[in-house]
Design a protein around this ligand. Sequence first.
Ligand code: ADP
Ligand code: ASP
Ligand code: MG
Length: 468
Amino acid sequence: MRLVMKFGGTAVDSGKKIVHITNLIKSYHDKGNDIIGVFSAVTGMTDEILNVSGYVLKRDKRKIKDFINKTRKIHVDIIQDCVKNKSHKAKAIEVVEALLKEMENILNGIVMLSEVTEKAMDYLLSFGERLLTPIVSYSLLDKGLDSVFLTGQEAGILTDSKFGHARPLLDTTKIRVKYNIDPLLKENKIPVITGFIGGDQNGNITTLGRSGSDYTATIIGVCVDADEVWLWTDVNGLMTADPHIVKEARVLKEVSFAEAIELSLFGAKYMHPRALEPVMDTKIPIRIRNAFNLSNEGTVISKNPSKSSQNIVKSIIAIRNTALIDVSGGGMVGAPGTAAKIFDALARKSVNIMMISQSPSESSISMVVKKDDLDTATTTLDLTLLDKVIKNVRVNEDVAVIAVVGSGMRGIKGIAARVFSSVSKDNINVIMIAQGSSELNLAFVVDNTDCEKAVRSLHEAFMLGKLK
Ligand code: ADP
Ligand code: ASP
Ligand code: MG
């Protein structure tokens, strides 16, 4: 079989784990499979890069040295544990040091300019994954396997120039990736490719958006006609809830593409929302598996899951770090185009609205946005529409969205009643409600402090812990 295997940051954050993973890759390769590896950065690395760029903008130069030293330590420690051959080790360290030098120079440049463009940010972010792939590749060489490391751009992923959330230009990408990767596989080499990264037509590095390594894996999967794409992670698969919140959460054995997209659209942390797009029209199934628990078969996401897997509710999702904006004003009542003006103003500033609800009286509209977008959203509303279309902008900075997802909910009566009676029984105040017309989900907003309680309450109400 030809398998694309993506390893998330949680699966590669120590040398020991990388040894485990390279053994895993070896065992599948030894059975005669073609393996293409896609790797995220070490857990937390992308966040660290985002943080340091914030400090740098404030001209805090000391932070650069601290950050580079910390990043060096993380990666060199990993190398010490997972690359034993002296010459391989020296080469791995050399590549890492060169990347660190380059990253330090860029950060110093940003301090001078006190500005970081989206293009520069993507370049900076790429270092997270670029630091890890050479290490994995040398660790594979250590095991006697032949391997090369490449960035997603070098592998052939061509994207548009929307830095921070670039999209692949699939037709060209298919030709390029096939051209670059097929010969490597023919030579029995294991390509180790950075997740998250592509390149635009001008040769600039772009990133595909947070959790983009999942997306990379499916893009590469369709390009090389993979039989399956496996996303290896630190949990047993897609589950009935985040196992870090609900101890009794169960693995979902089978999920349809539509359900998985719904789950990821809700920003559940475990998958890029567009990751399934490239494979949806193919027969390539996606498997999500725990790299540290091979006895569990994990979750298969496919076009047509079996009938037996179609229970009413599949998963309870919590999306944190969200804020609620409530705009109101008597002038909004019966004034056509008010909502359009609000959404248009926000869209122009690239604020993504996650949820909307309007009162039937039309005197207020509530919106949920990511906390990161809150400042831009309120400033935009204040500057462009306040005292014209709207009178008040109120904000609740700390809310969570809870979503109940499952295709079996379609057309079934009484789901909402079950959801809201369960949360009210547990004394949780519901701030706002929305249901998609697809009826694949029902979502509501609660105070962030009630988030975990709400997830547990619903998990129990739908008896998801008893799922077979
Ligand atoms: P990776 O590093 O492998 O990409 P992520 O951290 O992006 O992994 O996503 C995996 C995490 O998603 C899990 O550790 C888990 O805490 C979280 N998660 C949230 N909801 C769910 C769910 N319903 N099923 C599985 N994992 C979930
Ligand atoms: N490292 C990137 C992120 O943290 C991509 C990924 O992990 O998939 O978002
Ligand atoms: Mg991820």
